[in-house]
Ligand binder design. Structure first.
Ligand SMILES: [Zn+2]
Length: 113
């Protein structure tokens, strides 16, 4: 995904939320980034800063949270958070795992006034 496109979509969503809540100014934008998403946090923030020249979002802070990596155990189906040096199912101990695809970016919360 292209960072500019992502930010454009994000600002569109923020604008919709602002309308819905009658905010004239956005103060905080909270975004979650998938664990396997290729876009980096700092690129998102940098691109956002390039488009924030707009009365609605000029003073908004952009908070990006990266999701934890998840894996599914192919043996028992358990889904759990993965620590890279200890990739073992916590429920059955199997090492037969697949990563759960977690891409994309979602808008979690918008704060404004
Ligand atoms: Zn298991």
């Amino acid at each position: 995904m292209n960072t500019r496109y992502v930010i454009k979509r994000l600002v569109d969503l923020v604008r919709e939320e602002a309308l819905r809540n009658s905010y004239s100014e956005i103060t905080g934008i909270y975004v979650r980034l998938g664990a396997q998403e290729n876009i980096r946090e700092k690129d998102l923030v940098r691109t956002f800063n390039e488009v924030r020249d707009n009365p609605l979002i000029k003073d908004a802070s952009l908070v990006v949270k990266k999701s934890k990596a998840l894996a599914r155990c192919r043996y028992c189906g358990n889904i759990f958070e993965v620590f890279y040096f200890n990739n073992r199912c916590k429920q059955c101990g199997s090492t037969y795992l697949e990563f759960v695809a977690d891409r994309g970016i979602s808008l979690e919360k918008v704060e404004g006034r």
